[in-house]
Design a protein around this ligand. Structure first.
Ligand code: FAD
Length: 469
């Protein structure tokens, strides 16, 4: 039997964008429904993305740190890895706690969650089919499309083989391969590469462009690559995986390019991490008259409104960068606009972080972007080899780099090193606030800290530090 529901706002997709939009809409007094195909809220980020990957990276960091304590006089034995326990910790303690919390938060706000796959029937109606084929029709005044994205599959890769993983499969910890290939040197691939390397796998990385994490600052990535090369067996830049064959004895990969091995290489597992594609073509947008690009993105204006005035879209489905904090912020804006507030999405910076070991973090413009945009700039660098805190904790291969425009205003910043992601906060705030180098340099930074490096880079720019190593 089919059911009819009437609501002021329906949110299609319960990921970080979707639940944030729904909660904000409900907090603003709007009657709100979330449609989510899975049984838990949280989307990719909480279930198979940001959070589980960080739970595993946390474990990996402890294993790696323990390995390096010998030089400081403390030897630990080899770690005993229990994959079942790690998996249970990730699923129950971490994901379970967070998704359970979201369920409670929806109840508290009286947000109705309808489980099933949703598709627009018109610009006023969404049909949801649950796993048993039961249909719910939702009649809405406003809709927010937050249906996210999915991993890109490559046509020449036999993805059905269970030794060929996407990020979701890699997070399942099916087994620790003796030899593993990470196909794609972006953030997701490298994070999972760090996890499997710490668990004992020999990891190769192949990246078709000239640098790992292509959008990040070149100098920062140079230092990062030098450091991470100690963890990985072989990093093949300017190289493509041209052929991937699943055979009984392993996955045979043929490479082409600068660093291509002459013969195919045999791996026990291959993680394909070549990016994510938006789900715009999978929500019946055409029935509502919502335009979708050829690549599956939904175009929106600064208020996150699509070409149909009562339908909004947010998160991965509207474009890059595909990041949870961008989705959340957009969700808040869309809900506030629907509630009649004059809000719009126009951030100066959206921070990007690779939670690898070491971490890479950047915000604002890179040197390449500044050049492309014809912006006059000057870069200032503070190497962590001159930081007391970095020396104390063996993190001297990090550095902090700031970019200033011709008025000395900060326009970008990037950090490589331990906890870079946390240290980036000051740079984001400085750019949003329009700080200049003097503002940053005159702010007293606690000593000894790693974030001191931001103040010291500004002092380098001001010319008050000249004797760096
Ligand atoms: P999603 O999280 O994709 O949520 C969309 C939801 O919609 C899903 O729950 C889906 O089931 C549901 N849905 C889709 N279609 C339908 C339908 N027709 N009917 C019903 N429900 C539907 N970002 C960060 O900022 N930091 C990180 O550290 C980070 N790490 C990541 C690690 C990995 C391994 C991956 C894969 C991603 C990571 N990301 C990270 C990216 C982040 O997860 C996404 O940017 C974020 O989840 C996007 O949120 P969203 O709300 O747009 O969509």
């Amino acid at each position: 039997m089919s059911k009819e529901v009437k609501t002021q706002v329906v949110v299609l997709g319960g990921g970080p964008g979707g639940y944030s939009a729904a909660f904000r809409a409900a907090d603003l007094g709007l009657d709100t429904v979330i449609v989510e195909r899975y049984n838990t809220l949280g989307g990719v980020c909480l279930n198979v993305g940001c959070i589980p990957s960080k739970a595993l990276l946390h474990i990996a960091k402890h294993i790696e740190d323990a390995k390096h304590m010998g030089a400081a006089g403390v030897e630990f034995g080899a770690p005993k890895i229990d994959l079942d326990k790690i998996r249970a910790h990730k699923n129950e303690k971490v994901i379970g706690q967070l998704t359970g919390g979201l369920g409670q938060m929806s109840k508290m706000r009286k947000v109705t969650v309808v489980n099933g796959v949703g598709e627009f029937a018109s610009d006023k109606q969404l049909k949801v089919k649950d796993a048993d084929g039961k249909e719910t029709t939702i009649n809405f005044e406003h809709a927010i499309i937050a249906a996210g994205s999915q991993s890109i599959k490559l046509p020449f890769v036999p993805h059905e083989d269970e030794r060929i993983w996407d990020s979701t499969a890699a997070l399942e910890l099916r087994f620790v391969p003796e030899r593993m290939l990470v196909l794609g040197g972006g953030i997701i691939g490298l994070e999972m590469g760090c996890v499997y390397s710490a668990l004992g796998a020999k990891v190769d990385v192949v990246e078709m462009t000239e640098q790992l994490i292509p959008p990040a600052d070149k100098d920062i990535i140079k230092a990062f690559t030098k450091s991470i090369a100690k963890k990985f067996d072989n990093i093949m830049l300017n190289t493509k995986a041209a052929k991937v064959e699943a055979k009984k004895d392993g996955i045979h990969v043929t490479f082409e390019g600068d660093k291509a091995p002459e013969k195919p290489v045999k791996y026990d597992a291959v993680l394909v991490a070549v990016g994510r594609a938006p789900n715009g073509k999978k929500v019946g947008a055409e029935h509502a008259g919502v335009q979708v690009t050829d690549r599956g993105f939904i175009e929106v204006d600064k208020q996150l409104r699509t070409n149909v005035s009562n339908i909004f879209a947010i998160g991965d489905i509207v474009g890059q960068p595909m990041l949870a904090h961008k989705a959340v912020y957009e969700g808040h804006v869309a809900a506030e606009v629907i509630a009649g507030k004059k809000h719009y999405f126009d951030p100066k910076v959206i921070p990007s972080i690779a939670y690898t070991d070491p971490e890479v973090a950047w915000a604002g413009l890179t040197e390449k972007e500044a050049k492309e945009q014809g912006i006059e700039y000057e870069a200032a660098v503070f190497p962590w080899a001159a930081s007391g805190r970095a020396i104390a904790q063996g993190a001297t291969d990090g550095f902090t780099k700031l970019l200033f425009d011709k008025n000395n205003r900060i326009i970008g910043g990037a950090i490589v090193g331990s906890n870079a992601g946390e240290l980036l906060g000051e740079i984001c705030l400085a750019i949003e606030m329009g700080c200049d180098a003097e503002d940053i340099a005159l702010t007293i930074h606690a000593h000894p800290t790693l974030y001191e490096s931001v103040g010291l880079a500004a002092e380098v720019f001001e010319g008050s530090i000249t004797d760096l190593p």
